[in-house]
Write a protein that binds this ligand. Structure first.
Ligand code: FNR
Length: 367
């Protein structure tokens, strides 16, 4: 079977189709409405061209970095993604173990199918691994407080507040499929608190219904003070696409932001995250760390994001494809493919270390 092993993330995408039901595939791969933003995330990377530097000594390459003071083996985190047990019975535990053993970060979703504590204790052997908890704010404030307290107690190192989903985007395939969790899976972080679960509603995605009923679309910047009072955890804000919002995030105490359009799953027609990056990096002016996600599929994509000023990137769907194909081993392989590609791309562009990756590598888009 060895020679059939995928050699890039696109081959994982194809192979994953053989391991997932159509409904799960649709849920994982969909974007909102016409999927314009979903396609644009990729197109933006493909359009941006590199200006390699030559005759640089690249015999020793160093891909290590740090985020919020925590070391990483490469500038990569796994994006928060709901319902990973749909891909593999080990779900978020397999993902977290693959991330920890590769020395990359992992963000656990509020909507995970393994609990905050289960994931943390599975990674006991990796004491300095970077693990954050992603937060959706429920209408029930006590429930949100409970999640924050559990994440803090279990050793997660930051709260990653997702701000691009006051309500859920409309993913039409999920609506058609009346997407819902199968009865053997549940929201591991929510069921124990309140007995909530994703129910099936006619003509609608169960997730869409859940968001409409349970999550709080009234959250504003002023709620960030309350959120930060619940624990000493630093706040990371995910889902910023404008310079002025980035500046506000700094003002309201965020320690990092993730430039993201939620993988094209929220507002269709929103700017490709890569195209939003330069404006945001300029606006933030080095005050906090800027991360990016959306459409990262190649090592050169990471190179381009870093050249535009991102400190690291997050990847989403390819992790689910790896998980579907081979559980933890598949996720590890997806990470190592990206690591090898970034390593090679750095050598070919004249960068021995991440600090060498600068805007001069790009034909810069005009702001
Ligand atoms: C997501 N994303 C997401 N984001 C978040 O903050 N909380 C969540 O629970 C989820 N759930 C989720 C499920 C699935 C199936 C996908 C594909 C995505 C968005 C995710 O964190 C990230 O922003 C994008 O997936 C990044 O884009 P790529 O790498 O998938 O193109």
């Amino acid at each position: 079977h060895r020679f059939l092993q995928p050699i890039n993330l696109f081959e994982y995408e194809k192979l994953a189709k053989e391991h997932l039901s159509q409904i799960t595939l649709d849920y994982y791969n969909s974007g909102a409405w016409d999927e314009i933003t979903l396609r644009d995330n990729r197109a933006a990377f493909e359009r941006l061209k590199l200006r390699p530097r030559v005759l640089v000594n690249v015999s020793d390459r160093n891909l290590t970095t740090s985020i919020l003071g925590q070391p990483l083996q490469l500038p990569l985190l796994i994006a928060p993604m709901a319902f990973q047990c749909l891909a593999h019975p080990d779900g978020e535990i397999a993902t977290a173990l693959a991330a920890a053993s590769a020395g990359v970060g992992m963000v656990l979703s509020t909507m995970a199918t393994k609990s905050i504590e289960e994931v943390a204790s599975a990674c006991d052997n990796f004491s300095d691994s970077l693990r954050w908890f992603q937060l959706y704010i429920h209408k029930d404030r006590g429930l949100t407080r409970g999640l924050v307290e559990k994440a803090y107690k279990a050793g997660y190192k930051a709260l990653c507040l997702t701000v691009d989903a006051p309500v859920l985007g409309q993913r039409e395939r999920d609506r058609r499929n009346e997407f819902a969790l199968p009865p053997d899976l549940h929201l591991a972080n929510l069921a124990t608190i309140s007995g909530l679960d994703i129910s099936h509603e006619k003509g609608e995605s169960g997730l869409f219904t859940y968001f409409a009923q349970q999550l709080n679309p009234a959250v504003t910047w002023d709620d960030l003070e309350w959120l930060q009072s619940l624990s000493p955890l630093p706040l990371v804000i995910k889902g910023i696409l404008r310079g002025d919002d980035a500046v506000r995030a700094v003002e309201y105490g965020a320690k990092a932001i993730v430039v993201s359009n939620h993988g094209g799953r929220q507002l269709d027609g929103a700017i490709a995250s890569l195209n939003a990056l330069a404006e945001i990096v300029a606006a933030v002016d080095g005050k906090i760390e800027v991360l990016l996600d959306g459409g990262i599929r190649r090592g050169t994509d990471i190179l381009k994001a870093l050249a535009l000023g991102a400190k690291a990137v997050l990847i989403g769907r390819p992790i689910l494809w790896g998980l579907a194909v081979a559980g933890q081993v598949g996720v590890s392989h997806v990470i190592s493919l990206l690591q090898d590609e970034l390593n090679l791309a750095m050598a070919l562009s004249g960068c021995a270390k991440l600090q060498d990756i600068d805007p001069s590598l790009l034909i810069l888009p005009r702001l």
